[in-house]
Design a protein around this ligand. Structure first.
Ligand code: SAH
Ligand code: SF4
Length: 350
C-alpha cells in the first residue's frame, strides 16, 4: 500500500511532496482510502453543506481555439447564440426567487457583449440580492475592474494545466503567462478567485498532474473545479482518449486535501461520465458545490463544450427541490449562506 502514508500526511498537514502526489495519482489501489480522507477533511472544514449555484450560459460565441473545446471558433458545426440582456436578467431573477444565492454567468471568450452591456446586466442582477460569479475567459485588468465595480463578486478561470509545453500545444495564440496574469489581476481586484484543471488531456501524465496540483496549492485559490477531458466533435482532439472519471475524482480529492477550506464543485464533466453516480461520488470525495445549468433549453443544447453534456431539463425551482431531496438522502443539505468559501471569508477577515 505504497501511497497511504502520503494520504495520511496530506490529511494531517495538507501538504506532501511532489513525489507523494505523483505516487497517489499513479496508484489505483488506494482510491477509496483517498476519497474517505478527502470526505473527512471536507466535513471538518466546510461541513456537510453544499452551495447550489445557478449557471446561465449566456453565449457560445468564442474567438479562441482551445484544441479540446466544442465551442472553439474553428468549429463551424454549431449554431452560435447570444442571449439578450432581458433573457439573462429574467433567468437570474427566477434563480434568486427559487432560493439560489449565487448566479454564475459563463460564455465563450469573445467581444459578443460590450463591457457596458455586461456591467448593466450585473447591476440589474445585483438588485435580486444574489452573489455573481463570472466566467468569460481572459479579459484585461480594466475590464475585470469594470465588472467588479458593477457588482461582480467572483470569477472562474481554469488554468487547465500549468505545464508550459502542454498548455502551448493545446492553446493556439494564448499563453500560460497571460492566464496567470489574469488570475493575479482578479485576486488583486478583490474577486473571490476560482481556477481549476482539465485532467486526462492527451499528453498529460501523473507527473504533470502532480505539478498542476502543486500550482493550485501555491496560488491558494478560493475555488477549484476539476473536470475530466471529454473528446468533443469537430475538434482536433475528437478521436483522443477521454480522461477517466477515476482520475478526475482523485484530483478532486487531492485538491480538498491540499486546500481544505476552499469551494470545489462536483463538475458537470464528472456527471457526464457517470450521470447516475458521478455527482455523489464527487461530493463524497471532497466537492461541496453544485452548479446546475438553468439556461433555457434552446440555448443549453448549443452550449456544447463536449458531447452529451449532462443537464436537467427542469425549471430552476424544480432543480433546487430535486437537489434538496438528493442531498438529504446522502446526509448533506443545501447551504443557506451566500456561497463564499471558508477560505475567502478567512482571507477577508469575515
Ligand atoms: N470560455 C471560458 C469559459 C467557458 S469554457 C474559459 O475558457 O474560461 C469552461 C470550461 O470548460 C473550460 O475551462 C474547460 O476546462 C472546460 N472544457 C472545455 N472543453 C472541454 C472538454 N472537451 N471536456 C471537458 N471540459 C471541457
Ligand atoms: Fe472558448 Fe473557453 Fe472553449 Fe477555449 S475553453 S474555446 S476560451 S469556450
Amino acid at each position: 500500500m505504497p501511497s497511504i502514508k502520503f494520504i495520511n500526511e496530506l490529511e494531517k498537514n495538507h501538504i506532501t511532496s511532489l513525489y507523494g502526489l505523483e505516487k497517489i495519482i499513479a496508484d489505483d489501489d488506494d482510491c477509496e482510502y483517498l476519497f474517505e480522507a478527502a470526505n473527512r477533511v471536507r466535513q471538518k472544514f466546510v461541513k456537510q453543506e453544499v452551495h447550489l449555484k445557478a449557471l446561465i450560459e449566456i453565449s457560445n460565441i468564442c474567438a479562441k481555439e482551445c484544441f479540446y473545446c466544442g465551442l472553439r471558433s474553428k468549429n463551424k458545426g454549431i449554431k452560435r447564440y447570444k442571449m439578450s440582456a432581458e433573457e439573462i436578467v429574467s433567468r437570474a431573477k427566477e434563480a434568486a426567487m427559487s432560493g439560489y444565492k449565487t448566479v454564475v454567468m459563463q460564455s465563450g471568450e469573445s467581444g459578443a457583449f460590450k463591457d457596458d452591456e455586461i456591467c448593466e446586466i450585473i447591476r440589474e442582477i445585483k438588485k435580486f440580492g444574489v452573489q455573481i460569479t463570472l466566467s468569460f475567459g481572459e479579459k484585461s485588468f480594466e475590464q475585470y475592474r469594470a465588472y467588479k465595480k458593477a457588482g461582480a463578486d467572483r470569477y472562474l478561470l481554469r488554468i487547465e494545466t500549468a505545464d508550459r509545453t502542454l498548455y502551448k500545444a493545446l492553446h493556439p495564440n494564448m499563453s500560460l503567462k497571460n492566464r496567470i496574469k489574469c488570475l493575479e489581476n482578479l485576486r488583486n481586484l478583490g474577486y473571490e478567485t476560482g481556477s481549476g484543471l482539465l485532467v486526462g488531456l492527451p499528453g498529460s501524465s501523473a507527473k504533470i498532474l502532480a505539478r498542476d496540483l502543486m500550482f493550485l496549492k501555491k496560488y491558494d485559490f478560493d475555488m477549484i473545479g476539476i473536470g475530466p477531458f471529454i473528446p468533443a466533435t469537430n475538434t482536433p482532439l475528437e478521436h483522443s482518449k477521454a480522461g477517466g472519471i477515476k482520475l478526475a475524482l482523485k484530483a478532486n480529492a487531492l485538491t480538498r486535501l491540499l486546500l481544505p477550506k476552499i469551494n470545489i464543485p462536483a463538475t458537470t464533466a464528472i456527471e457526464t461520465l457517470d450521470p447516475n453516480e458521478g455527482r455523489k461520488m464527487a461530493l463524497r470525495s471532497g466537492a461541496n458545490v453544485i452548479m446546475p445549468s438553468i439556461t433555457q433549453s434552446r440555448y443549453r443544447d448549443l452550449y456544447r463544450l463536449y458531447p452529451n453534456k449532462f443537464c436537467l431539463k427542469q425549471s430552476a425551482a424544480e432543480i433546487y427541490d430535486r437537489f434538496d431531496e438528493m442531498l438529504s438522502v446522502i446526509g448533506d443539505k443545501i447551504s443557506l449562506t451566500n456561497g463564499n468559501s471558508v477560505r475567502f471569508n478567512q482571507r477577508r477577515g469575515l
